[in-house]
Design a protein around this ligand. Structure first.
Ligand SMILES: Cc1cc2nc3c(=O)[nH]c(=O)nc-3n(C[C@H](O)[C@H](O)[C@H](O)COP(=O)(O)O)c2cc1C
Length: 188
């Protein structure tokens, strides 16, 4: 029985949309057996939560095509003293914007760049989450994740994060995505 796979879903959300995404990301992570998920808004999160986790999903509303200032501040100010101590953890990004084309993938890229600076191993997902729905650079949606496809993309991101930590941190080769091709959706 596996019980030690530790995932943190860390998010900022001014009006609740990214918070909804975060819940779906957490559900996806929890679907990998033996995974403990901490879901933390920036108001609740402590640097110790980041130190605790094996894998981290960071979500922010798209603000001017970037992450929110609050999320940047958390990493600039609160996490600064942990720089050089977090290398090798696995990480990914998600973002909600006001509309399609509003820069949510740019915001994901900004989050991933910041995490790379801290030494996180960041990843994208090749799988489709549903018809015409991908999450190559992280899960994205316009406002709330209303559609089943939006929600599935968030769940897939969380699940993949927990799969990677199971494989790469805990040596659980059976969780490798390449071993589960039958469960994975091809382009549609
Ligand atoms: C300061 C600010 C900047 C924003 N910049 C963008 C933007 O660049 N592109 C976009 O599509 N929406 C932008 N929005 C809209 C939010 O990304 C959008 O409403 C999002 O769903 C909010 O997520 P939340 O409910 O988690 O706060 C901006 C909102 C604010 C407050």
């Amino acid at each position: 029985m596996h019980t030690n796979n530790k995932i943190l879903v860390l998010y900022d959300s001014a009006t609740g949309n990214t918070a909804q995404m975060a819940r779906h990301v957490g559900e996806g992570a929890a679907s990998v057996p033996g995974t403990e998920v901490r879901l933390r808004s920036l108001d609740e999160a402590r640097p110790e939560d980041v130190v605790w986790c094996d894998g981290l999903a960071v979500g922010s509303p798209t603000n001017m095509g970037l992450m929110s200032w609050k999320m940047k501040r958390f990493w600039d100010v609160d996490m600064g003293e942990h720089w050089m101590k977090l290398d090798g953890k696995i990480a990914c990004a998600f973002s909600s914007a006001g509309g399609w084309g509003g820069g949510m993938e740019l915001a994901c890229q900004a989050i991933l760049t910041m995490l790379m600076n801290f030494g996180f191993l960041v990843f994208g997902v090749t799988d489709y989450a549903g018809k015409l729905t991908t999450l190559h650079y992280g899960a994205v949606c316009a406002r709330q994740p209303r559609s089943e496809n939006d929600q599935a993309a968030c769940r897939k991101l969380g699940r993949r994060l927990a799969e990677w930590t199971a494989v790469l941190v805990h040596g659980r080769a059976d969780e490798h995505p390449a071993k589960k091709m039958g469960e994975r959706a091809m382009p549609s």
